[in-house]
Ligand binder design. Structure first.
Ligand code: HEC
Length: 230
């Protein structure tokens, strides 16, 4: 009696080693108790993802989309500059771009240097100086008169810094915009040691409107007559 049991108990674990491995011939009844008491092998459960997690991911997707819409910076590669050390140069250069005198210098270089020269000294006997000029600085003249001669030009004798000139300056109202005239006047009022208040675009626009029908250039005496009617 004991012998078959003994053989039964002990031979089964060694059976696989004797060549029956993996043949699938091992019947459940042959599983030894040591093995049978082990837990089941884990299986892949077919359970759905928690609904809370699904909602959380949907909300995250919406938030991401909203964030991109708001902060995409136009998807420009230079919006974030990792090499930037300070904010100051950027603001300074932006301010410089809008500086009326700097813009006015461009207008001056393109339109006025040919006669009044980069030095602002003009040419003796031909083109009057802008540096230290009474008309530019508003000494005995006012802002309106300065703007008027830029809009319509200037003709006939005029005394600047003790010298009398008798030439003709062309009108600029057809070739320069109000802001360009304002900027160039602001520039010549601050360059070459000159120091006078800036000229605004609004002031130029107002005078262009007021004298819009006038075609001919101003003369010094006509200009002086406007002083009372400004
Ligand atoms: C073709 C030459 C010429 C050009 C270009 C020219 N001017 Fe003149 N400008 C003159 C002459 C000539 C006079 C003096 C006119 C007179 O004798 O009546 C004058 C007079 C002036 C005056 C008043 C007198 C003075 O010296 O202050 C100002 C201000 C002036 N010009 C500014 C300008 C500005 C700004 C520009 C450019 C937008 C310009 N001019 C372009 C020839 C020129």
């Amino acid at each position: 009696m004991s012998t078959p049991e003994h053989t039964h108990d002990t031979s089964t674990p060694t059976a696989p080693q004797q060549g029956s491995c993996c043949s699938g011939s091992t019947a459940p009844s042959e599983i030894p108790p040591q093995v049978a008491r082990e837990m089941d092998e884990p299986t892949v459960a077919d359970s759905p993802a928690p609904i809370g997690l699904v909602i959380a991911f949907i909300l995250l997707g919406f938030w991401g989309g909203a964030y991109l819409t708001e902060y995409n910076g136009g998807f420009r590669k230079d919006v974030f500059n990792h090499q930037q050390k300070s904010w100051v140069p950027v603001e300074a250069s932006a301010a410089k771009k809008k500086d009326p005198a700097a813009l006015g210098k461009k207008v001056f270089t393109a339109n006025c240097v040919i006669c009044h020269q980069t030095t602002g000294l003009g040419m003796p006997g031909l083109y009057p100086p802008l540096a230290g000029s009474e008309l530019v600085l508003g000494q005995g003249y006012n802002d309106h008169q300065l703007i008027l001669i830029l809009l319509n030009g200037l003709n006939g004798p005029i005394k600047i810094k003790g010298e009398t000139y008798n030439g003709a300056m062309p009108a600029w109202k057809d070739s320069l915009r109000d802001d360009q005239i304002a900027n160039v006047l602001t520039y010549i009022r601050q360059e070459w040691g000159n120091s006078a208040a800036p000229i605004t675009t609004e002031a130029v626009a107002a005078l262009r409107g007021k004298h819009g029908t006038r075609a001919e250039a101003w003369t010094d005496s006509e200009l002086k007559a406007t002083q009372s009617t400004r």
